[in-house]
Ligand binder design. Structure first.
Ligand code: 13P
Ligand code: SF4
Length: 353
């Protein structure tokens, strides 16, 4: 494995040479990177049990279910009814019997829950919980891209706004992206958006040529092949678990081949539980470590880059979850017409796994 981290050569929108609309992903990093979000400091752990008991009582009083993504703070994961990846949480949101969903995650996840459960009240504890990846394509940009490729099938990663989903044929998550691509007839052109690293990995594992939007998540793009290489030298027996949004995916696959496991966050949990290995190098947002340690106790999990922290996910605190339940804030609404179209793409995603 090389210690150098060259900028990967990426295909343009037609899978060929870099071309329009390449530059906006880079701009998005500047606008939506870490400096623009103020994350509350870690809470006082001594206050957690009382706050968590209050939240559980409020959830009962308001007939609410609390869903948490695996990147949330440990104390949020611990108070939630369910913790999981985007696909698992979407399924749970769709089937939850409760009348209120408190979504401890980011705004596109809460929107997805609302689209799948239009009659439920969906609350997001902090409206500033956005996503740099979802912000890397607007609905206007998608419409223009579609106009350049009439007849192409649009597959959107779930990390997109409701308006972008409404312009899409299929949604997918990192758990089922490969199955979604494989479900589309081989003779159809596919526009895949917005994550270029996931798109490149999908091209590799499906053998399909995709037209890929050049967006990225600033957290995963910041995990470099050199981070993995350094730890791989230190712990050669450890297994490498890498999220497909990571910027290092292609380089690490080239260098390490079959020793690497490209997995969604939930896939990492399931893999670690079933593996006989005792140590794992984890390339994704560090919040997953709490869940991995809980679900596969006694094993060692090492974040290859401990600074891979999603500021948006860390905006949610216990106080904000309590206030969300107490005050009924912040309720998520999706325009009916957008929701109807987006639901089709999401239901196709949920049907494929
Ligand atoms: P998954 O939870 O689907 O693996 O996605 C990771 C992510 O970045 C969510 O924002
Ligand atoms: Fe978005 Fe990246 Fe944060 Fe996931 S980790 S919510 S993709 S910014």
């Amino acid at each position: 494995m090389s210690s150098a981290d060259p900028v990967p050569v990426l295909p343009g929108p037609d899978g060929q040479s870099p071309a329009s609309p390449a530059p906006q992903a880079t701009k998005a990093l500047v606008a939506f990177g870490p400096a623009s979000v103020l994350v509350p400091p870690p809470g006082d752990t001594a206050t957690f049990p009382a706050l968590q008991a209050e939240i559980r009582q409020l959830a009962r009083d308001h007939h609410a279910v609390i869903l948490s993504h695996s990147y949330e703070r440990p104390e949020i994961q611990d108070v939630a009814d369910h913790v999981g990846d985007s696909l698992r949480l979407s399924r749970l949101a769709a089937s939850a019997p409760e009348s209120t969903i408190v979504f401890c995650g980011v705004s596109f996840m809460a929107e997805t829950a609302k689209i799948l459960s239009p009659d439920k009240r969906v609350l997001l504890p902090d409206l500033a919980a956005g996503c740099s990846l979802a912000d890397s394509i607007t609905v206007e940009q998608l419409r223009a891209w579609k106009a350049e490729h009439p007849g192409a099938v649009v597959v959107s990663y779930v990390n997109t706004t409701a308006a972008v989903k409404a312009e899409s044929d299929y949604c997918c998550t990192s758990s089922n992206a490969r199955a979604v691509i494989n479900a589309i007839p081989a003779d159809r052109q596919i526009l895949f958006l917005p994550d270029m690293f996931l798109g490149l990995w999908l091209q590799r594992v499906t053998g399909r040529k995709l037209s890929i939007w050049l967006g990225e998540c600033h957290v995963h793009a910041g995990i470099r092949a050199s981070d993995v290489e350094q730890w791989h030298r230190e712990l050669p027996a450890a297994e490498l678990l890498i999220h497909p949004e990571c910027g290092c995916t292609s380089q690490v696959l080239e260098a390490a081949g079959d020793d690497v496991h490209i997995l969604s966050t939930e896939g990492m949990v399931t893999y670690a539980q079933g593996s006989s290995a005792e140590a794992f190098l984890i390339a994704t947002e560090t919040g997953i470590l709490h869940r991995l340690k809980q679900m596969a106790p006694g094993k060692r999990f090492v974040p290859v880059n401990p600074e891979a922290v999603c500021q948006y996910m860390k905006l949610t605190t216990l106080e904000k979850v309590r206030d969300s339940l107490r005050l009924g804030v912040h309720e998520i609404h999706v325009p009916a017409e957008t929701a109807t179209l987006a639901r089709l793409a999401l239901e196709r995603m949920i049907a494929i796994s």
